[in-house]
Design a protein around this ligand. Structure first.
Ligand SMILES: [Zn+2]
Length: 570
């Protein structure tokens, strides 16, 4: 048994996430966590809301709330929706927690002790009317590169370039709209990443298990050359800047930059988890001097987050020279797009997690988003593909097999696993095919190849249908009851096996299926010995067909949803 730590990128606090966010971080992490638990490993899957930074302050202001209340409310909403989707976090924390305050301040202190932090004088945009500095999104103006207006202080939404607020042409305050703006001097802390370049490169070279997308992005950032990074901001909401446990003189109105404290929350969230219940220990997951050397740490995230996890966060950890656990496998995803364009939180373009659950239960979404995970390249959501994945894969292939054999058992064997007969040549061939598919499914889950894993799982469901079709128990029962008993028993064992291997992908449906054949849920992950796995159900056990497992998506539903959420023209 191994100990496996899993984190998915922290969803930002400003509102419910869209399906692209789910598909590229939280959902694959959940599938992997469920798979590893079924294998019998000790798994800790932590996530949290990322609560600091200017977007949180601005969203709170727009909602007419103070930022604390806003974050509390939004955290609860995101937590509840994630749970409704079946995300099996062991803990869903908050980057604004006291634990993260303490750990962030601690790491900054250690980095400074190690000569890796220095104070520098910056020139920042200051609003005279608002009597405050305007970091990041507090200032907008015209993009100096493409002329787009309004470009935000940290990035231009049109050309995508990262900006510094002082770059903007004709800037104005988003607090008051005032154009009475000047550039003033202010002091900030800088993390001297340039001093850590060699260490980072060596560490990254040792990460042979990183899938190619993560490695390529990481190397690109290193090759472009590291820069020393400002890790404080002129803001009120965030983690106060301290030195040796006391407020840092001159930094009373500043906080740590959100991108400095957010990844530290992975560790702090684990501490939140531990402190929520006696007997839990967080250090054995994170401190290599306290047991974390045995931990396998897997991170899952969208490609935009890779640089922060392969350069910035490791710079913090390596720079501390403390024995913290670093990531072993970093799985990155491309974008899930909405038709030709992007999902947009601000433009409410595409389907968001809350709206998705108003339309359908979580499993159809989970299946589609895993089977079409944006792994090799960006992928576009379309309603037509979604309908096809649900109707063909889930309803026609999986649901149909389960219902058909269970209904047949109810009508011909009084709802009991039949006894009698011996497995024959057809079963021997089935065992062979199932063994191969199980091995491939397991191998792909192991390397977090979600698309391929879903493909292998679907292949298993197909084997079930093919077996039934070829064995034809409805014919055998008329002439050879023992033969019919073997077929039905084998097929019922397939149903039980499907419940176990489908559980990471479609947990709610798998639970109903397991219940139908009298199996515990969630079951353990099967070996590749298909003969043994398909001979488990004892004759005489009561089984029953579940209520409708998967409802098909009708064409008129599709038309209605396309009109409501946009589609090809959207
Ligand atoms: Zn631009």
């Amino acid at each position: 048994m191994a100990r496996i730590l899993i984190t998915s990128a922290l969803p930002y606090i400003n509102g419910v996430k869209h399906l692209g966010n789910l598909a590229g971080s939280m959902l694959p992490a959940d599938v992997f966590a469920r798979f590893k638990r079924a294998e019998g490993h000790e798994v800790l899957y932590v996530c949290a809301t990322d609560e600091h930074g200017t977007p949180a302050e601005l969203a709170a202001a727009a909602a007419g709330q103070d930022v604390l209340t806003y974050c509390e409310e939004q955290h609860r909403i995101q937590h509840d929706i994630g749970r409704a989707f079946g995300l099996s976090w062991d803990w869903f924390g908050r980057s604004s927690s006291p634990q993260n305050h303490e750990l962030t301040q601690h790491l900054a202190n250690v980095l400074e002790d190690n000569g890796l932090i220095e104070e520098r004088v910056d020139h920042m945009v200051y609003s005279v009317d608002d009597r405050r500095f305007l970091p990041d999104r507090y200032v907008e103006g015209t993009c100096p590169h493409c002329g787009f207006r309004p470009a935000r202080g940290d990035q231009c939404d049109n050309c995508g370039r990262l900006l510094d607020p002082t770059d903007l042409i004709e800037p104005y305050s988003t607090v008051s709209g005032s154009t009475n703006i000047e550039v003033r001097e202010t002091r900030h802390l800088y993390l001297l990443q340039t001093k850590l370049e060699e260490k980072l490169r060596k560490w990254l070279e040792s990460k042979t298990e990183f899938p190619s997308l993560a490695k390529a992005i990481a190397n690109k950032h290193l090759d472009e050359g590291l820069i020393d990074r400002g890790i404080t901001r002129d803001l009120a909401w965030g983690i106060p800047v301290t030195r040796n446990g006391l407020p840092r003189p001159g930094f009373e109105d500043k906080v740590f930059y959100v991108w400095f404290d957010a990844p530290i929350e992975y560790i702090a969230a684990t501490r939140e988890w531990a402190e929520a219940q006696p007997g839990r220990d967080w250090e054995s997951w994170w401190r290599t001097d306290k047991g974390a050397n045995d931990v396998r740490y897997v991170q899952v995230m969208g490609k935009d987050n890779v640089a922060f996890h392969t350069v910035s966060f490791p710079a913090t950890i390596l720079g501390s020279a403390e024995p913290w656990k670093l990531v072993d496998v970093l799985k990155a995803f491309n974008w899930l797009n909405w038709y030709g364009g992007k999902f947009s939180t601000s433009g409410r373009r595409g389907v968001f997690m809350d709206a998705a659950l108003e339309l359908l239960p979580p499993d159809p979404w989970r299946w589609y988003l895993t089977a079409n995970a944006p792994e090799g390249s960006d992928t576009a959501f379309t309603w037509e593909q979604f309908q096809s994945a649900v109707n063909r894969d889930l309803a026609d292939v999986f649901g149909n097999f389960v219902n058909r054999i269970l209904k047949f058992t109810e009508s011909k064997f009084e709802g009991h696993v039949p006894e009698g007969g011996e497995a024959g040549e057809l079963e021997a061939r089935l065992y062979q095919s199932v063994s191969e598919k199980l091995a491939a499914l397991t191998a792909n889950l192991e390397t977090l190849e979600m698309r391929k894993a879903a493909q292998e799982l679907r292949g298993l469901w197909v084997l079930g249908n093919e077996y039934l079709q070829e064995a034809a128990p409805w014919t055998a029962i008329k002439t050879d009851p023992d033969r019919a008993a073997v077929i039905v028993r084998t097929a019922l064992n397939m149903v039980a096996l499907f419940a176990r291997v489908s559980a990471p992908f479609i947990p709610f449906t798998a639970e109903k299926v397991a219940e139908g054949v009298g199996e515990a849920y969630p079951g353990s992950w099967p070996s590749t010995d298909a003969k043994a796995e398909l001979s488990k159900l004892e004759p005489g056990r009561a089984v029953h067909a579940p209520e409708v497992l998967i409802k098909k998506i009708e064409d008129d539903q599709l038309a209605e949803w396309t009109a409501r959420f946009g589609g090809a023209e959207g």
